[in-house]
Ligand binder design. Structure first.
Ligand code: NAP
Length: 326
């Protein structure tokens, strides 16, 4: 039985990855920043909370990481913990940059010293490419990050490359484009639109407030993206992989689609310029062909198929808990 350590277990990807690894008979250890404020509702929703050992781990403290490495000797480490919001990173640039880089540096250094035969997966982000001239993005595309979050993810990405080259550690970067699911936090675009539209539909909200809808993103389905993470660590050699759907969708079309599905009038949509970001990527999509071929990863969803799944799951949840839904 293999042992996997997942940082950021309470987040969207942490839940789906833990579920996948449990199905594959792994012994799963998940880490949270503190027992005091841990929120394991995603693991409860997936009905896997009793099958995972939860450990408190401060990733900014290397001694803590070494303690966990020595205790569990994980075969595979999946580093998902990060301040993951681009918008929030403009408000908290120092906290975002510090945590998203130091945590990765500490994991790499602890691995070099105490667990050199383990395999590490690092969640990198397409945001690090910024506005590129030649789409689709592939793993050779030069980076030009446009937010504190993107800068932090770029730094961590190159630190991983450095440890692979310098010390021969097995470290993979998954360069993930936006991916969504029922478990996405409601401060992220797609989940927010679905939730607010449902609230409007049921008379619990007067309107939807959104920022710039004229930008395009490559959106995918989170439960499929965690499969690619696992596949990376099953390879004989480590590498970096683009994980994306291969197509971008304009945000305005997502809003229109959700409103149409719920039979809602577009008069309920309000654009608020205060929600526009200081810097914005206009259009971004990637090329997943190399990842599909090397990892034998299958991905065939259009994002509108994914939206159908998400809307249906949200309605079911709403019907289940109606009065406490907010
Ligand atoms: P998420 O839902 O926001 O989860 C992030 C996780 O990181 C949570 O468990 C959170 O714990 C933890 N975390 C945040 N700050 C922390 C800190 N200071 N100390 C310890 N833990 C901390 O993100 P996700 O969607 O699952 O994404 C997983 C990873 O993929 C992240 O690294 C993200 O940047 C990256 N990524 C995501 C996307 C996407 O579209 N989802 C795209 C590209 C890259 P709390 O619950 O305690 O806050």
């Amino acid at each position: 039985m293999k042992t996997a350590l997942i940082t950021g277990i309470s987040g969207q990807d942490g839940g789906y990855l833990a579920k996948l690894l449990l199905e594959k008979q792994y012994h799963v250890i998940g880490t949270v920043r503190s027992y005091g404020c841990r929120d394991l509702k995603n693991l409860k929703y997936l009905n896997i909370n009793d099958n995972i050992i939860i450990e408190e781990l401060d990733l900014s403290d290397i001694i803590n990481i070494i303690r966990i490495f020595k205790k569990y000797q994980p075969d595979e480490i999946y580093n998902l913990a990060a301040q993951s919001s681009v918008s929030l990173s403009f408000e908290q640039p120092i906290g975002t940059f510090s945590f998203n880089t130091i945590s990765v540096n500490n994991l790499l250094e602890a691995m070099r010293l105490f667990l050199p035969l383990a395999k590490l997966y690092q969640s990198s982000s397409s945001e690090m490419y910024g506005n590129v001239k030649n789409l689709p993005i592939n793993i050779e595309t030069p980076v030009s990050p446009l937010s504190p979050y993107a800068v932090s993810k770029m730094s961590a990405y190159f630190m991983c490359l450095n440890y692979r080259k310098a010390y021969g550690l097995f470290v993979c970067n998954g360069v993930l484009f936006n991916h969504e699911s029922f478990l996405r936090s409601s401060n992220f675009f797609v989940k927010k639109i679905i939730r607010d539209a449902l609230l409007i539909k049921n008379g619990k909200l007067t309107h939807l407030t959104v920022g710039n809808l004229n930008i395009k993103r490559d959106f995918g389905f989170a439960p499929k993206y965690v499969e690619a993470m696992w596949k990376m660590l099953q390879m004989d050699e480590s590498g970096d992989y683009i994980v994306c759907s291969g197509k971008s969708v304009e945000l305005s079309n997502i809003v229109k689609y959700i409103f149409r599905k719920l039979n809602l009038d577009r008069k309920f949509i309000k654009i608020d310029a205060k929600l526009f970001r200081p810097n914005e990527i206009e259009d971004i999509y990637g090329d997943n062909s190399r990842t599909k071929t090397i990892l034998n990863w299958e991905y065939n969803y259009s994002f509108f198929d994914v939206l159908d799944i998400l809307i249906e799951e949200e309605i079911q949840y709403f019907n289940k808990i109606q009065n406490s839904y907010k």
